[in-house]
Design a protein around this ligand. Structure first.
Ligand code: MUC
Ligand code: MG
Length: 367
């Protein structure tokens, strides 16, 4: 079944609770909905969240690259020729979120054509994931309140704490306040979004040694090659790479460099086809993964869920699937519900995304 049309629809939905972290802040979800149409009228859907401060992509840039560069190269291909789509997209460097969304939309269409849930096509390991919530910068008491609210309302007991501020003791105080408040009732890990130097990061990790953190993510920049290697050698917890590994080759480079010991997978930046490569590569050499969040809306969150639930290695740790709750609204006809700390995969053909067309016409920017 041939691909006949590709759309890249910009939309904007305000956040009710903006998220602040070391490399930026998000107040408005200015994302792109990618739609891939097939000959028989079926449509595959995915969401691209531009993160200019992380990958250099913008909403206008994603729309342009999808419509002007990728669409002409994939229209006319069969929906099952995914590797051809990938190789054509990879003639263009960069643009991870544009490529990721087009790949996920094609998988969604493929699942719909086959009448099968994509999570089963990918691996079919489980039907649910434990959820981890990411808490942005604020005062220690307010960050404790957010965690308490998510524990009470959704049963979420794993939290990623954004760190990377100056002085680093600001963040140490937050982690200490969370541990003191919750005791061993919650799991905690930290993400610096490259905000610290290697020295700050080493001092912060030492100051938090008694807090039983699960792991740490991107505390200092990957370009600080020697600093990262020095930091990783002394760290007593796994050191995850996130935005420094937006391609499988970067995963290999970071691991061989000794700049990280574990790898975050985000379907927003590696779609399903490249996320598989990152996962299989990691698994084959004994490197841990978890499913991260690129501050995705519900459409993107479903993609993370569908991929994470497909494999044992990505479903063992809690996955970051809850930050859509900070948005004032969304595009799904049937909104996602987190309960008992878990999110369940939908038993529907494709990824299970059904867009509310009225909401899309309300939030789209190209009316
Ligand atoms: C994260 O894990 O870093 C912040 C920026 C981005 O691209 O993703 C988020 C969360
Ligand atoms: Mg991160």
């Amino acid at each position: 079944m041939k691909i006949t049309k590709v759309e890249a629809i910009p939309f904007a939905i305000p956040y009710s609770h903006p998220l602040k972290f070391a490399s930026g802040a998000v107040h408005m979800a200015e994302h792109i909905l990618v739609r891939v149409h097939g000959e028989d009228g079926m449509v595959g859907v995915a969401e691209a969240p531009p993160r200019p401060f992380t990958y250099g992509e913008t909403q206008a840039g994603i729309k342009a690259v999808v419509e002007q560069i990728f669409a002409p190269q994939v229209i006319g291909l069969d929906v099952f020729e995914r590797e051809k789509v990938l190789s054509r997209m990879n003639r263009t460097v960069g643009n991870p979120c544009a490529k990721g969304a087009l790949d996920v939309a094609i998988w969604d269409l493929m699942g719909k054509v086959l009448g099968q849930p994509v999570t089963r096509l990918l691996g079919g390991y489980t039907d649910r994931l434990r959820v981890s919530h990411m808490i942005g910068f604020d005062d220690p008491a307010k960050m404790v309140d957010v965690a308490q609210e998510f524990l009470d309302r959704y049963g979420i007991s794993t939290f990623k704490v954004k760190v990377g501020r100056q002085p680093f003791m600001l963040d140490v105080e937050v982690c200490r306040a969370l541990r003191q408040h919750f005791g061993d009732k919650v799991d905690l890990y930290i993400d610096g979004n490259r905000g610290w130097t290697a020295t700050d990061a080493a001092r912060a990790l030492r100051a938090m040694e008694d807090l039983d953190l699960l792991f740490a993510e991107e505390l200092n920049p990957a370009d600080d090659v020697m600093g990262r290697r020095w930091l990783v050698r002394q760290a007593k917890i796994p050191m995850f790479a996130d935005e420094s590994v937006s391609r499988p080759a970067e995963v290999v480079r970071e691991l061989l460099n000794g700049g990280a010991t574990a790898i975050s997978i985000k379907t927003a930046r590696t779609g399903f086809s490249m996320s598989q490569r990152v996962l299989f590569l990691s698994e084959s050499i004994g490197v841990e993964n978890y499913i991260g969040n690129q501050i995705d809306g519900q459409v993107g969150t479903i993609a993370s869920l569908v991929f994470g639930a497909a494999y044992q290695a990505t479903s063992s740790r809690a996955a970051e699937l809850s930050n859509f709750l900070d948005m004032s609204d969304d595009l799904l006809a049937d909104p996602l519900v987190i309960s008992g700390g878990e999110l369940k995969v939908r038993d529907l053909p494709g990824t299970g995304v059904v867009v509310d067309e009225e909401k899309l016409s309300h939030f789209r920017l190209d009316k």
